[in-house]
Design a protein around this ligand. Structure first.
Ligand SMILES: Nc1ncnc2c1ncn2[C@@H]1O[C@H](COP(=O)(O)OP(=O)(O)OP(=O)(O)O)[C@@H](O)[C@H]1O
Length: 253
């Protein structure tokens, strides 16, 4: 049975999209069948796997708001084993429209019911908020991955995220595991990153993945070429570390 994992943290710019895209591509590289769902109106995961947002007729908005069958929205990417449900700017209005929609918190979960088992992994790239789009991702997921940037305010807002996760569990009487916390953008030139790693490990203990993502220029270049790092520069440190992370995720079940 496929595992659905939401990559979430309401803090902006912590590496959610970079992790969603590259973890998905590395899982696909390991031979897993992967569906990446872009539920962030910025649509960066969509372009990050080479899909032109301007030429996309249907997107996740149509699934969430207009009951479009998700199978009609899925696009095959240039990465073998990796497909994507794209997001376009039309998703920006969805938070407001969802409020007056029936089953507004579980629309993604219902949409995925028929396709989920065709994949080994469904990875959802969440927006930087705790609104209805993120709630839809959390209710559809079996587990979450929380990217935490190695910077001074790393833990800020995480208690809010954890209480939202607990709320979803309680409200829907559903298990939602933290698969792990991934530390991102570690800058090896300063000691600050090491202090943050210690602090995050104290808080999340064994939930912190061993694979710590360094700041890597190739990782920041890859999206502008519409390629995950494993395609753009497979020999880079960025590719190696996301492959290690994918192996950890596979080990977790
Ligand atoms: N390990 C890394 N090395 C270098 N640059 C990185 C790395 N991870 C992310 N970045 C860059 O940092 C910026 C923010 O990353 P990303 O878009 O993945 O964060 P996000 O949490 O998805 O952002 P948002 O909250 O806006 O959705 C991007 O420009 C990305 O290319």
């Amino acid at each position: 049975m496929g595992r659905t994992i939401a990559v979430t943290n309401q803090k902006g710019g912590v590496g959610k999209t970079t992790t969603s895209v590259n973890l998905s591509a590395c899982l696909a590289y390991l031979g897993k069948k992967v569906l990446l769902i872009d539920i962030d109106p910025q649509g960066n995961a969509t372009s990050g796997v080479g899909i032109n947002k301007g030429e996309t007729q249907h997107c996740i908005y149509d699934v969430l708001i207009d009951d479009e069958d998700i199978r009609n929205v899925i696009k095959v990417t240039k990465v073998e084993n990796l497909s994507v449900v794209p997001a376009t700017i039309s998703l920006a209005g969805a938070e407001v429209e969802l409020v007056s929609t029936i089953s507004r918190e579980v629309r993604l979960k219902h949409a995925l019911e028929d396709v989920k088992d065709h994949y080994d992994y469904v990875i959802i790239d969440c927006p930087p908020s705790l609104g209805l789009l993120t709630i839809n991702a959390l209710t559809a997921a079996d587990a979450v991955i929380i990217p935490v940037q190695c910077e001074f305010y790393a833990l800020e807002g995480l208690s809010q995220l954890l209480s939202t996760i607990r709320l979803v569990q309680k409200h829907l009487n559903q298990e939602l595991y933290i698969d792990g916390v991934v530390l991102t953008m570690l800058d090896a030139r300063t000691n600050l990153g090491i202090q943050v790693i210690e602090e995050v490990k104290k808080y999340f203990q064994e939930k912190v993945y061993k694979s710590i993502i360094p700041r890597n220029v190739r990782l920041s270049e890859a999206p502008s070429h519409g390629e995950p790092i494993i395609i753009y520069d497979p020999k880079s440190r960025g590719a190696e570390i996301y492959l290690e992370l994918a192996r950890e995720v596979v080990k977790n079940g």
